[in-house]
Ligand binder design. Sequence first.
Ligand SMILES: Cc1cc2nc3c(=O)[nH]c(=O)nc-3n(C[C@H](O)[C@H](O)[C@H](O)COP(=O)(O)OP(=O)(O)OC[C@H]3O[C@@H](n4cnc5c(N)ncnc54)[C@H](O)[C@@H]3O)c2cc1C
Length: 368
Amino acid sequence: MKIGIIGGGIIGSTAAYYLSQSNHQVTLIDSGIGQATSASAGIICPWFSQRRNQDWYQLVADGATFYRQLMQDLSNDGVTQLPFEETGVIVFKRSRQLAEKLLQMGIERKEATETIGELYLISPEQASQIIPGFETTQFGMYASGGGRVDGAALVQTLQQEVLQNNGKVIRGQARLLSLEPHPTLEVNEETFGFDQLILAPGAWLGHLLEPFGIQVDIRPQKGELITTTIDADSSQWPVTMLVGESDLIPTSNGELIIGASHENDKGFDLTPTTEILEQFLTQGQQFLPSYHIEHATNRIGTRAYTSDFLPFYGNLPNYDNIYVASGLGSSGLTSGPIIGYHLAQAIIQSSTYLFRTAFNPKRYIQFS
Ligand SMILES: Cc1cc2nc3c(=O)[nH]c(=O)nc-3n(C[C@H](O)[C@H](O)[C@H](O)COP(=O)(O)OP(=O)(O)OC[C@H]3O[C@@H](n4cnc5c(N)ncnc54)[C@H](O)[C@@H]3O)c2cc1C
């Protein structure tokens, strides 16, 4: 079977990776412009969110657990530089009581989700022992199962595996030509027809389907962060989720990521906002006063949101051979791989596959 995938972010690349291990002919097409996955901070620690939606919680908790399987699968394929690391995460709160409440929630959730790992309350003094030079008055909660992933490295690794498995990866902007009887598209002035098509173009799903009179409940959100260099080896530090938007995410190459912003009024704009980036630098310096932090680069991407902030994935309504996935929001690096895996399984296992009804695309898609 010929399978096309539009979008080489975390969903499309994971789906392409698993599909390329089957006997199908896989073609992944990605423009790369504004990709959320490559811009992301990479925090994988979904268990302490205050969101109440249980379906969403189950998805992101399963997503965090799935990272272990994905890394194992890549490792079995001979990948040695795995882009996900279980570094531990400290989630800070404004008061000791709030940190204790979070710890209690973590202990309860751990009964169903082993991946959370060990949980401890962290005092400001303990925080500066774990991260030398870190200064705060906040209490935190440490979860050893939390981690970080390099989104850009992960999609690159997955796409390399697709190529190794004789799949195709095309850089370019795809335009859908028809949805039936078979989906066809044009990219780089070439036309392709497929038996099955996955649309995983993030915030751009509406643009792809609009010419067919299909409206999608998706809005773009600009996200910015900075990568900095620091005069210390921060590579073994845990991720710190601070009160507010400035999280500190150490990377294995010694850089420190600070961010990220959530800007709802900027559309698909990808230009850096000086005030936001300076604010991240100032806040980073405030928590790490004894280091010299130098702003190195900006990373900017566009997240996709639905009006109820839930993601969706499954069949495009009325089309058995077209799948859609989008709306992953701020936690999409966590839920993306498992969603990509489910989409691949739906194609491999054909009509026997059942998607979770909570994320049915029907609610977000209208035909005019
Ligand atoms: C600054 C920032 C920080 C974040 N931090 C975290 C975090 O710490 N933890 C977490 O879990 N999540 C985080 N996220 C969210 C997460 O990155 C996204 O939800 C997730 O990566 C979305 O993946 P996706 O595959 O749906 O879309 P994307 O990664 O956006 O990929 C879609 C791809 O499709 C391509 N495309 C679109 N239209 C076409 C077309 N017509 N033809 C060809 N290609 C096309 C785009 O160029 C893009 O490359 C963050 C996001 C941002 C922006």
